[in-house]
Design a protein around this ligand. Structure first.
Ligand code: C5P
Length: 315
């Protein structure tokens, strides 16, 4: 794809600002983890799905690069050069040979270190915001190339929808299916998990006398998506990281059980966790399940969400 973000003329669009970008969280409907590669990543075969839990990034013209934030993680998340937003702005500026000047403000709803790709989402939003603010006229593919070096999930969060991810997750192909809305309950947990630690735990479990069974390919999941029946989709969901996440956070087993008891069609850890997600039959079912989980007090907060959602976009 070489589609540009600007209008259909030859000139890249340059916004005087402010530019406001909304970006979704992701879950993985299928997360097949292959062997550890020599570059420190694991080979993945995953089906990404963007859901209606959003961060919002606003970019304005400025004389330096500055970041402020509110919401989830405010006061905890470092806003310095280590922040993925700052790193994304600097990476785009370096690639396009423009000064990295912008005032950025993040309204964060996606929790940190939750297995929902919040950091990658913010990096994707930054790439689009700064591309528009600086008039750099990059295509989606060019932005995805810059994004892949920042986080494995950045290219997917530029695209959104439901998509197959391969390589270390950075290589994304959209899955074309008849439009269907899926309904989810997202159980947020107290505390976060380090993604590298979860992958390392999986490697250790795979070396143990009783290694967890690895998922087969994503074919069953892809077929289930085409059938548009939540019960069929529920039976096809799977996550190879789940045994590792549960080994690090055994308390999550009770969250998964509570969701199943509340009537979920499927219960699984989102990405590397600790967020758990539950598939519902419809919107009303999701609302009832979320209420039951909140009443049971097994998680920090149970939210409802829909998917698929578009990737990072100007609003
Ligand atoms: O790309 P991302 O920043 O999300 O990756 C964080 C870490 O998670 C990597 O440094 C690596 O330790 C682990 N990871 C992995 N295999 C992947 C993706 C991530 O081992 N496919």
């Amino acid at each position: 794809m070489t589609e540009a973000w600007g209008p259909d003329d030859d000139e890249p669009r340059r916004h005087s600002g402010p530019v406001r970008i909304r970006v979704p969280a992701k879950i993985n409907l299928h997360l097949g983890v292959g062997p550890l590669r020599s570059d420190g990543y694991h080979e993945l075969n995953t089906v990404y799905h963007a859901i209606s839990l959003f961060d919002e990034l606003t970019a304005r013209q400025g004389d330096t690069l500055a970041l402020t934030m509110e919401g989830e993680g405010a006061g905890t998340l470092a806003l310095d050069e280590s922040n993925l937003i700052i790193r994304a702005a600097r990476a785009l500026a370096a690639r396009c040979r423009v000064p990295a000047h912008a005032r950025l403000h993040l309204r964060k709803s996606i929790p940190l270190a939750a297995g929902l790709a919040g950091g990658s989402a913010d990096a994707a939003a930054t790439l689009i915001a700064c591309d528009l603010l600086w008039g750099t006229g990059m295509s989606r593919d060019e932005l995805a190339e810059v994004g892949a070096s920042l986080g494995s999930d950045v290219p997917f969060l530029l695209h959104g929808g439901t998509a197959l991810g391969t390589g270390h997750g950075e290589s994304v192909s959209p899955i074309l299916a008849r439009p269907t809305t899926w309904h989810w309950v997202v159980a947020l947990a107290d505390g976060g998990l380090s993604t590298p630690e979860v992958y390392a735990k999986l490697d250790a479990l795979r070396e143990s006398p009783f290694p967890p069974k690895a998922l087969a390919g994503a074919d069953e999941l892809m077929g289930a998506l085409r059938q548009r029946d939540p019960a069929v989709l529920g039976a096809a969901l799977g996550n190879d990281l789940q045994p590792a996440t549960l080994a690090l956070r055994p308390d999550l087993a009770a969250v998964l059980d509570a969701g199943t008891e509340a009537g979920a069609l499927a219960a699984l850890v989102s990405g590397s966790g600790p967020t758990c997600v539950f598939l519902a039959a419809d919107a009303g079912h999701a609302e009832r399940m979320a209420a039951t989980l909140n009443d049971a007090g097994v998680c920090r907060d149970a939210l409802t969400a829909r998917g698929p959602m578009p990737g990072a976009r100007m609003v």
